[in-house]
Design a protein around this ligand. Structure first.
Ligand code: AMP
Length: 223
């Protein structure tokens, strides 16, 4: 868990690829549906662009659908869920949770990071103009696609998302804290330092890097 731009996608991808976990990013699933003009995509597009949370039934449906696949023998890491108390209760009732990683980032840093974020409209690869710029400006390194801003990475939508986060998602942390699931990691450090801190806090083996292709993906996971 963590505020927008705290690195949830990047860090969970790094954990997942190294530890054989299935990575589930609820926002990515919604974005895929929007891009592919599915019925679900049509239901969530406007609300996502505004920065508000989509309906709980839809978010829970996406999680249930994804997890009924049972292709996660070694476990899963989920980012972008739960985002409010109702989702947290559904989650606690439905699955065994080992721990909750909270990436702590001040709001002042969020704006800088989020407004620098770019997404390939072809393959969905994530870039950040601060520390993972593409080799050619405006063009995806992986597929040559055009880099665009996420529809909700605007000043207006970001203000709404931050408000939603503080009002609805932060209280979820308190629920998990009461169950002693939460490890807190300072997210202002570079991505490798954050990953090592997560692993130390969870008594996992240190991150030793990945083969180049996987590492590029990890650094620029789909947010
Ligand atoms: P993210 O990529 O995690 O920043 O999510 C992008 C957008 O997808 C959010 O601003 C919401 O509109 C929607 N979304 C993602 N996860 C959830 C969720 N668990 N509950 C409701 N809406 C969500």
């Amino acid at each position: 868990m963590g505020v927008q731009g705290s690195g949830k996608g990047t860090q969970s991808q790094m954990l997942a690829s190294d530890l054989d976990l299935v990575h589930i990013a609820v926002g990515d699933i919604f974005r895929w549906n929007v891009q592919n003009h599915t019925k679900l995509g049509a239901q969530v597009r406007r609300i996502m662009a505004s920065g508000e949370l989509v309906d709980d039934d839809l978010a829970e449906g996406v999680v249930k659908d994804r997890l009924t696949g049972h292709d996660w023998n070694y476990g899963f890491i989920i980012d972008g869920f739960p985002r409010n108390e109702r989702q947290a209760e559904f989650f606690l009732e439905s699955y065994d949770i080992d721990s909750v990683i909270y990436l702590d980032l001040p709001d002042s840093e969020v704006r800088r990071r989020v407004l620098a974020r770019r997404l390939c409209e072809g393959c969905g690869m994530d870039y950040n103009l601060i520390d993972s710029s593409p080799r050619v400006e405006g063009q995806c390194d992986a597929c040559g696609g055009k880099l665009v801003q996420r529809e909700d990475d605007t000043e207006e939508a970001l203000a709404v998302r931050l408000r939603e986060y503080h009002a609805k998602t932060n209280p979820v942390l308190d629920i998990f804290r009461r169950k002693e699931y939460v490890v807190t990691v300072e997210a202002r450090q570079d991505k490798i330092a954050v990953q090592q801190a997560i692993r130390k806090a969870l008594n996992l083996p240190p991150y030793r890097g990945q083969p180049a292709a996987v590492d590029a993906d990890a650094g620029r996971s789909r947010a």
